[in-house]
Design a protein around this ligand. Structure first.
Ligand SMILES: Cc1ncc(COP(=O)(O)O)c(C=O)c1O
Length: 454
């Protein structure tokens, strides 16, 4: 691009680009003209705190100098097809296995999150000889046909009627559970008993894998109750089912540990990853498989592949990204600053519109309600995506944006997931903006018609 002509970019965008998950007439995107660390500036030179790391992938922040430098060396390694061994592909696979749970052995590279999940499903079917795949409601696994069938929320409706053999089960969502459990252990027992029954009803010998985000992300950062994931692992072991964790959003430090599964006491059979592996500087995803799964393919053909599997540029950027996590202690930093975020979020419980806050590391959601006692959601299930453009959640996210706090919402939850490089001071500044927006939202929008609330 010669010189930046913002008006031309916007006109071409309007004329020629189809935007995801949107009515095209409602799309009016800004252009980012400058970005650094946790900040970016739009075409009116307005500065924003990027509080969702774009789409929860920019863990190392915008314009990281080491990655910009790495791009200068792109091309030094010849571009080659997946059949070749390359320095960057081999090194990145080794680096990923080094930080993955101890049972993990090999990596299959894909291009992004959804196709990684598609490949994981195929690998599970090949390795078990079974065909059914269990996944959960209120999950998002991507927009391809396979990942769309895995997803348990309204974005999957366009791939329905779905593929045979894709079975959904309930996710523990304690804030909205109608049963008032005595404690987390009681909730865990309830959900595991139900899952076990469902496995029996479906015929365990037909189930290849249970597929789950260990902590569902875009559906509101749903932290599992104590012992739940370990219990799912036990059920999988009982019936010879593979357990696959989708770490596309949670992987690479988001939760204050390298992977979300590291918070718990179990090891999955496979993990999928994308976003944080390159922080979006170049597209990349993949499937990490255990020693046991890897061994199966020693003597069986891995009947899957992609033109760009292990793409030279992306794996080179991936290597540099993994070095940054280590050299800058970003995972430990995320855990520390995550504590500050946690205390700021807990304080929000005092607001009349805040139903629940959920957080782990630098991964959080604030769930808004119209009424705290009835928990009436701000937006009903499945009503995002075009239908709510003028609705209350859009108004709240608009207020945040006006104040320079950039993020997005899903149903009634606002996602807070800043780049892991955020400082304590920046975090406090951004949360001050969040509170300003909440105050305005309650006073001028949500409770505006309830004459002086005092
Ligand atoms: C948990 C999870 N899995 C898969 C995906 C899909 O990734 P992609 O958009 O790279 O295909 C996403 C995207 O947000 C995600 O959050």
């Amino acid at each position: 691009m010669e010189s930046i002509d913002i008006e031309k970019i916007k006109q071409d965008d309007k004329d020629y680009v189809l935007h995801s998950w949107a009515k095209q007439k409602q799309v009016n995107p800004k252009t980012i003209t400058k970005a650094k660390g946790i900040f970016f500036w739009d075409d009116e030179n307005k500065k924003y705190y990027d509080m969702c790391s774009q789409l929860v992938y920019l863990n190392v922040g915008h314009a990281h100098p080491k990655l910009l430098e790495e791009f200068k060396h792109i091309g030094e390694i010849p571009i080659s097809a997946p059949g070749f061994a390359t320095a960057s592909k081999a090194e990145l696979a080794r680096k990923i296995i080094d930080v993955a749970p101890s049972n993990m052995a090999k990596v299959f590279f894909a291009n992004g999150g959804a196709d990684s999940n598609d490949h994981a499903v195929k690998i599970a079917r090949m390795a078990t000889g079974r065909y059914k795949i269990f996944s959960r409601y209120r999950s998002y696994h991507g927009a391809t046909f396979g990942a769309g069938n895995l997803s348990g929320e309204s974005r999957r409706f366009t791939v329905e009627p779905g593929l045979p053999g894709f079975i959904k089960f309930d996710v523990p969502y304690l804030y909205r559970e109608v049963i008032d459990f005595e404690n987390e252990e009681a909730a865990t027992k309830f959900y595991l008993d139900r899952l076990r029954n469902q496995m029996l009803y479906e015929g365990p010998e037909t189930i290849a894998a249970v597929f789950m985000e260990p902590i569902p992300g875009s559906n509101g950062v749903l932290i599992p109750p104590k012992g739940y994931l370990e219990g799912v692992r036990k059920l999988c072991d009982e019936f010879g089912i593979l357990m696959i964790c989708d770490e596309v959003m949670t992987g690479f430090g988001r939760t204050g540990k390298m992977f979300a599964v590291d918070h718990f006491d179990f090891e999955p059979d496979m993990m999928t990853f994308a976003k944080g592996v390159t922080c979006g500087y170049s597209p990349l995803g993949g499937v990490i498989v255990s020693e046991k799964v890897a061994k199966y393919f020693d003597d069986h053909v891995l009947m899957t592949g992609l033109t760009y599997s292990g793409h030279t540029v992306s794996t080179q950027i991936g290597c540099a990204t993994l070095d940054i996590y280590k050299d800058e202690n970003l995972i430990e930093h995320a855990e520390e600053v995550g504590k500050v975020l946690a205390s700021r979020l807990e304080e929000l419980r005092g607001y009349d519109s805040v139903g629940d806050v959920r957080h782990i590391g630098l991964f959080a959601a604030v769930e808004l309600v119209k009424d705290k006692t009835t928990k009436e959601p701000i937006i009903a299930y499945g009503m995002d995506y075009g239908k709510d453009k003028v609705g209350l959640m859009s108004k709240f996210v608009g207020l945040l944006s006006k104040l320079g706090f950039y993020t997005y919402s899903h149903e009634s939850s606002v996602i807070i997931a800043p780049p892991l490089v955020i400082t304590e001071q920046e975090l406090n500044e951004s949360m001050d903006l969040f509170e300003q927006a909440l105050t305005l939202f309650e006073k001028e929008i949500l409770f505006a018609d309830q004459a002086v609330k005092s």
